[in-house]
Design a protein around this ligand. Sequence first.
Ligand SMILES: [Mn+2]
Length: 243
Amino acid sequence: MKTRTFVIGDIHGGLKALKQVIDTMDLLKDDTFIFLGDLVDGWSESAQTIQYLINFSKKYNCVFIKGNHDLLCKDWLVKGESSSLWLKHGGVETIESYRLINKENKIEHIRFFEEMDDYYIDSENRLFIHAGFTSMYGPEKEFYKSNLSWDRTLWEMVVALDINLSEDSVFYPKRLKLFKEIYIGHTPTTDLGSLLPINKANLWNLDTAAAFKGKLSIMNIDTKEIQQSDFVYELYPDEKGRN
Ligand SMILES: [Mn+2]
């Protein structure tokens, strides 16, 4: 039997939502989990989410893609840097969550953040990346590495095209043809009024706004079956999240 691969959208410190989707699954020991990044910043359990994932990755195959928030959190952990932009977008809650983490675990977390991948391409030429890429030659040719975790133009492009074009058309974006499928997070699907992952052309956006008014999504990439948590704000009723 083919092993299963699951992809998970932005979590943003919503550990209860993550546990909810994981706990309802019948996990198999050779399952693979690809996390699209933004594990932290938002709900009150960012540090605890990282701790949970460190433990989880000891039992199951995991790939962790670097999100822009993971980069900002790492900068704070390593260098003590905290920009006002970061503090405003979940940094304050993340710092608070780290009060409960001892020094030894913090070092383990820094190593975890440092080992996160910019992107991952599997054996079937499926790309997993937090935000996207701008080079028509693919993410490895990206001039500004930060685009991989920040830039929204790949997503904007597929949304704007709303592609019904044949791949043979001269108008078809070359970037999309580089991969069999592309999986991203970063831009909430609720911006387009959807609580479910959105598929455009060969691209899937799994960020179903767990940090905001949405849910956390996990998808089996072969069957495209989707599991979702409850609304994450209902799991943290005394908090504002990033709203
Ligand atoms: Mn995000």
